[in-house]
Structure formats: structure tokens, C-alpha cells
Ligand binder design. Structure first.
Ligand code: ZN
Length: 118
């Protein structure tokens, strides 16, 4: 799979944070930042700013949050999300295939059944 460019990855950073990337885009983005430290740093910066702003709206619990750990968790969560989506996609395809085969069998039986009466 061809890797996306830094230019594209950088444009995906805010979309990643806003959770508005498609599953394919998300996977490309995560693959890119997993080996491109400059884009990862870019994401980290945006993520920290975003989380810090969110923190302002939430009551202070006294503990300083580890943003790097949060980002790490967020990335892992995104990976799980991709796997889940792919799995559902696969299952849906499988069910559709099974359904199509059952329908075909039914139609064949139906036709042969009618043929007996003719
Ligand atoms: Zn990059």
C-alpha cells in the first residue's frame, strides 16, 4: 500500500482530532504517523492543545493529565475502531453472500417444483 505524503497527513491532523476521517483515511493516517515522527509531533501538538481546551470546560480533578499517554490511548482506540469496522464490513459481506446463495437455492427449488406441475 503506497504511503501518503506528509502534506496530506498534516491536513488530516485536525480531522483526526475531530474524528471526521473515514476508516480508510484513518488507517492511512495512523500508518503514516507510526513511522513519520514529524507528522506525529504535529498531531501531538494539536492533540495537546485540543485536550487542554477540553480540560478548561471540565472540573479540575487535581491530577495533571499525561497528554502523551492520552494520545497513545487515542491512537490505540482508533486502531481498534478500524479493526471493528473492517470486521463488521466483512461480516456484512459474508451475510449478504450467504443470503444470496440461500435465495438462489430457493429459486432453483421453486422453479423445479413448478416444473413438476407443468
Ligand atoms: Zn509525515
Amino acid at each position: 500500500m503506497p504511503d501518503i505524503e506528509c502534506r496530506i497527513a498534516e491536513s488530516m491532523v485536525t480531522q483526526y482530532i475531530n474524528h471526521s476521517l473515514s476508516v480508510d483515511e484513518l488507517e492511512e493516517f495512523l500508518d503514516h504517523i507510526s513511522h513519520c515522527s514529524s507528522c506525529y509531533d504535529e498531531l501531538e501538538t494539536y492533540f495537546i492543545v485540543h485536550e487542554a481546551i477540553q480540560q478548561l470546560d471540565e472540573p479540575e480533578d487535581g491530577s495533571a493529565l499525561d497528554f502523551r499517554k492520552l494520545l497513545d490511548q487515542d491512537i490505540r482506540k482508533s486502531r481498534r475502531y478500524i479493526r471493528k469496522k473492517r470486521w463488521f464490513h466483512f461480516l456484512a459481506g459474508l451475510l449478504l453472500a450467504v443470503f444470496a446463495v440461500l435465495l438462489l437455492i430457493f429459486v432453483i427449488f421453486f422453479i423445479t417444483d413448478i416444473a413438476h406441475f407443468l
